[in-house]
Design a protein around this ligand. Structure first.
Ligand SMILES: [Zn+2]
Length: 249
């Protein structure tokens, strides 16, 4: 799917499932991938509708080391100039599976840094990986107000820190691994988190969503409104829903 964020910024979800996760963010000054969960050949096929190729990519931002988020790193052996941003623990876990060394750029989880015209905010998310992160990418073009894209995948639940970080995003990509039965049985989780969980579950079950990860159209308007109210506190969020139905990966 393609999202125009205005001010010459576009965002494309290339894939979001247990088969692979990857998105392309294009700004006036760079083209970056968020996760790279597809082999190079498949990635080039997925990029084709965008008019881009792997050789056009400037950088990759890695959320965590699970293979559906990094399997394309091997293909970067042919593209040594692509900078790969990750925290050290994630890079270490990924490097073990690689026969070459990508152009790693390390960041501290929780830090904010700049890559060309993109400000990248990183924050910890709950997931069973070594040091998983979410990102908020913020781009300011000329006098236009900053455009913000929040990216959180594989969330087990939505802690306060994540809510804080994603608040006010123009585009929000959330992906979660809820097990509905587990949620129903869960009496320990603070009740305040349940609206999120329930909304997410119901979104995931929306018929139009099946087989079409990343499509916001299948999400009932009332649910989006409810999610915005309970979690984000703004009416100006476009929600891009990405859902993987399996649990625990
Ligand atoms: Zn994962």
């Amino acid at each position: 799917m393609i999202n125009t964020m205005g001010a010459g910024i576009t965002f494309h979800i290339l894939g979001s499932s247990s088969q692979g996760n990857c998105a392309l963010l294009e700004t006036p000054h760079c083209r970056v991938l968020i996760d790279i969960g597809f082999p190079a050949k498949r990635l080039n096929e997925l990029l084709e509708p965008t008019g881009r190729k792997l050789s056009d990519i400037d950088a990759v931002f890695i959320t965590h080391e699970h293979s559906d988020h990094i399997s394309g790193l091997a293909g970067l052996a042919r593209h040594p100039k692509v900078q790969v941003f990750a925290n050290r623990e994630t890079a270490r876990a990924a490097q073990i599976r690689l026969k070459f060394r990508p152009a790693w750029q390390f960041f501290e989880t929780g830090s904010t840094f700049k890559f060309r015209d993109v400000e990248v905010c990183t924050f910890a998310i709950p997931h069973d990986a070594t040091d998983p992160v979410g990102f908020v990418f913020s781009v300011t073009v000329g006098e236009a107000k900053p455009r913000r894209l929040a990216w959180c995948t594989d969330l087990g639940y939505v802690p306060e820190l994540v809510r804080e970080r994603i608040r006010g995003a123009d585009v929000l990509v959330l992906e979660s691994n809820y097990d509905p039965d587990m949620l129903d049985r869960d009496h320990k989780r603070p009740w305040a988190l349940k609206p999120w969980a329930l909304v997410e579950l119901r979104c995931a079950r929306a018929p139009a969503h099946h087989g079409k990860p990343g499509l916001a159209a299948g999400i009932p308007r009332a649910l989006v409104a409810r999610m915005q109210r309970c979690a984000i506190g703004t009416r100006h969020v476009r929600l891009v829903w990405a859902k993987r139905p399996t649990v625990g990966n």
